[in-house]
Design a protein. Structure first.
Lengths: 106, 415
């Protein structure tokens, strides 16, 4: 996974690209701590450049969702498509967080 | 050849330096078995004095190469220090003779010589020496090199022992995990009781698997097949398969509990026992041979395939994996099923090899591949596996489970 972030006022955006897998565990936890510390109200995970996610990656999103509840921020997954969208659909992650598919409809 | 350049500091009473590798199983080295092969009695005495002064008290000496090889075989020293030019057998031959024996492939052999030319050094190492020190012997250099080699060899031994122990324990754990899967006699019994035939393949990617599946009788007309895949793989996921298995096996089968309610009960259990971020996907299929129906319930498992009247189709069913949220709800999809039809359940390794974003089998082309797979049921798992192995030379990245259950043709009236 490659990661870049933006923080403006109450809005935090994390742009994830490549594949979200078990190896990204440490970096992802650091990202969540950064979001918690930023004390924002909203956090968007932009997944439009994310090509794949495995079950450990889903686990990290679960941890993010849990942190969003305890630290009072909203979590939004934006631009999901391809394999990532299939996995999120299959696992009904729309019940846990707001999931916005990529407009290209892939 | 005799030669020694000793200074007062070589005979200081400094004790042997304590090893800093103790945590790795390398403790004090003074008790090491050291064999000295040296034809000069003066040099033998000198080196013995140096080493015993530094605390090496387990030293034996041989006066020529042939005696040295003999003693080495009898005594198995941890380190050998040998002279190069000696009667009967030279240091070159000592190295060559010992290296031919498997038990001496890794034993450090330190060669000491008074002539030091690049060509000679090359010859010495080519013969199998581990190290070379030049005469006159510098006591502290000898000591330092001896300790380096001893620590290295003891570290290797300790790592080998650790690895062997881990391998034995993993093998034992793997055998225990295989026992969680349906035994051949259980399958045979089900195949006699119901008009069903099974074909399956389970393969951990790292010795232990996070995948588990099972099939049980629900009542006289129905069976329940389920397959689960825990996050990750290896030991942690494998331990979770034991948790789930214990929960499932210690509860009485309730034929009136629908598959989605059964999933909900597993979900509550796993939410209580699993740490945050760990969960399982699970597919449950209840086949009722009397009603000619199959009920599917899914917790984020890959979409199962139903073969109905010779055509395969993906069953569009989803659900949150179990162990994430107690609020999760599960749905059910009911389909007709009859003689000759079959169900295929699999873990995501099938549709994520060689990579999740460019797999050999997408769920969609898996259906076409299954349509084209006309071999008998028993060969199907192996055929799919061999196609996967063609695209993953280094082996699979994830645990693989493939389970086919087929309603035997012409057997309906037996129910």
């Amino acid at each position: 996974m490659d990661l870049t972030t933006e923080h403006q006022g109450n809005q935090f955006t994390a742009f994830l690209s490549g594949q979200l897998k078990y190896q990204d565990n440490t970096e992802f936890r650091r990202l969540i701590e950064e979001i918690n510390a930023a004390k924002v109200r909203n956090c968007v995970f932009d997944l439009s450049q994310l090509t794949a996610i495995d079950s450990a990656g889903l686990g990290m999103l679960v941890i993010a969702s849990d942190n969003s509840e305890t630290h009072g921020w909203e979590i939004v997954l934006r631009g999901v498509k391809g394999q990532v969208r299939k996995v999120l659909d299959l696992s009904r992650f729309d019940k846990l967080m707001t999931v916005i598919p990529d407009p290209s409809g892939e | 050849m005799v030669g020694s350049l000793l200074t007062k500091s070589d005979f200081s009473t400094t004790p042997l330096p304590a090893s800093n590798l103790r945590e790795l199983g390398v403790d004090r080295v003074g008790d090491a078995r050291v064999l000295l092969i040296e034809d000069s009695s003066f040099a033998r005495k000198t080196i013995t004095a140096i080493l015993s002064n530094y605390g090496f008290d387990n030293l034996r000496c041989a006066a020529d190469g042939a005696e040295g090889v003999r003693m080495a075989i009898e005594w198995s020293p941890e380190v050998i220090i040998t002279d190069l030019f000696m009667p009967v057998k030279s240091g070159f031959d000592v190295c060559k003779d010992l290296r031919r024996l498997p038990e001496f492939h890794e034993t450090p052999i330190i060669v000491q010589t008074s002539s030091d030319t690049p060509a000679l050094r090359g010859d010495v190492f080519e013969a199998g020496a581990s190290d070379l020190i030049t005469k006159p012997i510098n006591a502290r250099e000898l000591l330092s090199r001896l300790i380096v080699h001893l620590e290295r060899i003891r570290l290797i031994d300790s790592l080998k022992a650790y690895r062997n122990q881990m391998r034995e324990e993993l093998d034992a754990a793997k055998a225990m995990q295989m026992e969680l899967l349906p035994a051949d006699n259980l399958i045979a019994q089900l195949e006699q009781t119901y008009p069903a035939r099974f074909a399956w393949h389970s393969q951990p990617c790292q010795g232990l698997a996070g995948d588990i599946w099972d099939v049980r009788a629900l009542d006289e007309n129905s069976i329940r097949l389920w397959a689960a895949d825990f996050t990750g793989h290896g030991v942690r996921s494998a331990l979770n398969t034991f948790r789930l298995n214990t929960f499932v096996r210690t509860r009485e089968v309730n034929p009136n509990q629908s598959p989605e309610d059964w999933l909900a009960s597993l979900n509550v259990f796993l939410c209580d026992v699993l740490p945050l971020g760990q969960f399982a996907t699970l597919l449950c299929c209840d086949i009722d041979f009397a009603a000619g129906k199959v009920k599917f319930a899914s917790a984020g498992a890959p979409e199962p395939v139903l073969r109905r009247a010779g055509r395969h189709e993906l069953i569009d069913i989803s659900g949150m994996p179990i162990g994430i949220s107690k609020r999760a709800e599960f749905g059910v999809t009911v389909r007709d099923m009859g003689p000759g039809d079959s169900i295929f359940a699999y873990s995501d390794a099938l549709t994520e090899t060689p990579s999740a974003d460019d797999p050999l089998f997408t769920p969609e082309n898996l259906v076409c591949s299954l349509d084209a797979l006309t071999c008998d049921l028993a060969s199907k798992p192996a055929r799919l596996l061999s196609r996967l192995m063609e695209v993953s030379e280094k082996g699979l990245d994830d645990d693989l489970t493939l389970v086919f259950v087929e309603w035997q043709e012409g057997a309906r009236e037996e129910v």
